[in-house]
Ligand binder design. Sequence first.
Ligand code: NDP
Ligand code: HSE
Length: 425
Amino acid sequence: MKLALLGCGTVGSEVVRQLHDQSRELAARVGERIELAGVAVRRLDRDRGDLPVDPGLFTTNAHELVTRDDIDIVVEVVGGTDPAREWILAALRAGKSVVTANKVLMATDGAALHRAATRNGAQLYYEAAVAGAIPLLRPLRESLHGDVITSVMGIVNGTTNYVLSRMTETGAGFAEALAEAGELGYAEADPTADIEGFDAASKAAILASLAFHTQVSVDDVYREGITDVTAGDVASAAEIGCVVKPLCIATRDGDKVSARVHAAMIPKSHPLAGVNGAYNAVFVEAQLAGRLMFYGAGAGGAPTASAILGDLVTVARMRRTGRDGGNESGSGPAEVLPMGETQTRYHLSLDVTDEPGVLAQVATVFARNDVSMRTVRQSGRGNEAILVAVTHIARDAQLARTVRELEDLPSVRRVDSVMRVEGES
Ligand code: NDP
Ligand code: HSE
């Protein structure tokens, strides 16, 4: 079985090492030896240390490598949409099976890639694209495909989970916690994709598509980063028995689905509340299975290589035995709810003047927008006060209108923070 590897960076070099170190084990599991037949990289002259690979296998011509007649399987660990898309499509069209860790590409072009795989009798697997080592996509795609999944809620970005965990543990502000994440190598030199939620949005699109057997693109995912989360938000969460977590939430209600990523408060008793540091976890609810939790390392060379090698063994076995794993049908609900239609609870902190009638004015705004308050708490501060309200379930659009009207009240000096509260209390 001949393998073409595209990319030999953090993940690719670990795949090379394991193909070498575990070659006998892998051959036993597949029933045939897997031979690394070519490695496409950007820089032929890059120092790759003592990687156990014949230097003659390196090439910069990925297209030529993936379309070579002798290649059976392509593993893509370059990342980004282009030129990875062209290489993967060329490989699938030539009937080669593909294993990829490319969340960005799967979240934007997953449907087209699945179609190309189906048309050409090839397999497309991408377990490593979401939550690194955690076996998650295949349980959604295979183990649970006889059930109806109603929601997927998870922490799928290690960098932001590390930052918010440190803010919770030490009381640090966002910038301080992010700097620490950078020093320890958790955050990348340019952490934009993580802290602005782009990385999690790609993963949310993939999870929603697989869980609900439909096509949710990254453009359908509502996205907020964590850059506005303050030490005050973290302290407010603690006051109501919650912690702030970077969440990815996908839900299905009949034929409607929604997908969103943002920071939110969740009760300390929720299973995701104890997932700290750079760890990932995903909480799945299904009609028959009930509640399931998947937990583990979401990134890193070795954990990600574990997911790649698992997919590799699966597609290699299929190829050897002529079996077809079946690609995604995309037959599920198709309507993606706009964010304004999604429903949850909210925590609001208002800086108000402390005088008679203020509470009544604030309550009127909530009532006018049909948002029911669950708790209200005021702490005085001279002739000013902080009013903290937690709502019952409300639609996002109703809440947004409520906030706009609150901002217009003369007695509200400032809406300090608005944060969603997820999970059952
Ligand atoms: P790296 O940046 O470490 O490696 C990228 C590799 O791709 C390098 O070997 C680079 O070549 C090669 N490459 C880049 N551009 C080209 C090009 N135009 N032509 C040929 N080769 C090219 O990335 P990672 O290993 O960290 O990530 C790879 C994939 O895995 C991404 O899709 C990422 O999202 C995903 N992933 C990564 C995780 C992680 O923890 N790192 C976790 C989960 C998923 P050269 O070596 O010459 O520079
Ligand atoms: N930057 C990502 C994270 C890597 O922090 O989780 C895994 O996709």
